[in-house]
Ligand binder design. Structure first.
Ligand code: ARG
Ligand code: ZN
Ligand code: CA
Length: 254
């Protein structure tokens, strides 16, 4: 694509307790975070260490709650489903009404975002492009979603959704998913080779895999730091997302 792409989203809130039935304000806060993060207009971008600032990219992708439902009728772009399930896992049960969740809207036309209670410390998960249509989209823990309401520190800046939408648009973890080894790759030439994931909020420079003097790009959205520690995508990551939207996910942009 040239210019800016705008992706219609549907947020499926699947709740058992009243608190899990997250507010419209919490949903709106997440859409706002996505729009800042994917345009590199996030207010905390100054957290990028000086040697890495030339890597910061505007992905030119924006997001909005769908205004038209699959039948062409006006919609808020939010569905709300009460469930008897105490929690969900990465087994996709949240994505089907037959298993206590709710079916997606046509995944070729909408980015489906399920929000609910997840177990086992799971903050969220995503399906990469090219997978089965009926499970396509991202799933986010309600307390890691948005910046208000049930959002809880240190995952209360909406970055879990930024990270999962990165996967949804074909981005791999920045350390190459090879455990802590130095042979994995995220297929992006401008991200330094890194050992394993970083947690918390590291201090610059964080060295691994002989990647001195600047070390790991731990401020990247595709690392595992706390929300306040992840603030940027790189040019090569933006190019991978653009390629995804130009090929596998062509039906998406409004
Ligand atoms: N564990 C998740 C994944 O691998 C997401 C981690 C998101 N991290 C965060 N600070 N919000 O997809
Ligand atoms: Zn991930
Ligand atoms: Ca690695």
């Amino acid at each position: 694509f040239s210019g800016v792409v705008r992706i219609p989203c549907v947020v499926h809130v699947v709740w058992k307790t009243a608190a899990q039935n997250v507010s419209q304000a919490q949903i709106d806060s997440q859409i706002e975070v996505l729009n800042h993060d994917f345009r590199a207009t996030n207010g905390d971008i100054g957290f990028v260490p000086a040697p890495f600032t030339s890597l910061v990219a505007d992905s030119r992708i924006e997001f909005f709650l769908a205004t038209e439902d699959p039948a062409g009728n006006p919609t808020t772009g939010v569905t709300r489903t009460q469930t008897t399930a105490a929690s969900f896992s990465s087994d996709d049960r949240i994505k089907s009404s037959a298993t206590g969740g709710i079916d997606p809207w046509p995944t070729d036309r909408y980015l489906n975002i399920w929000v609910g209670q997840l177990g086992g410390g799971l903050l969220g998960y995503a399906q990469f492009p090219g997978g089965p249509a009926e499970t396509d989209g991202v799933v986010i823990l309600h307390s890691g979603f948005g910046t208000n309401g049930t959002a809880a520190a240190p995952f209360d800046l909406g970055r879990t959704t930024t990270h999962e939408v990165g996967h949804y648009l074909n981005l791999f973890h920045i350390w190459g998913d090879d455990g802590t080894g130095c042979s994995g790759t995220d297929e992006c030439a401008d991200t330094p080779n890194a050992g394993g994931p970083n947690f918390g909020v590291p201090t610059f420079p964080k060295l691994s895999c002989s990647n001195g003097p600047n070390g790991d790009l731990f401020v990247n959205y595709m690392d595992y730091t706390d929300d306040r520690g992840m603030v940027m995508f790189t040019h090569d990551q933006a190019a991978r997302m653009e390629a995804c939207l130009d090929t596998v996910r062509t039906g998406l942009p409004a």
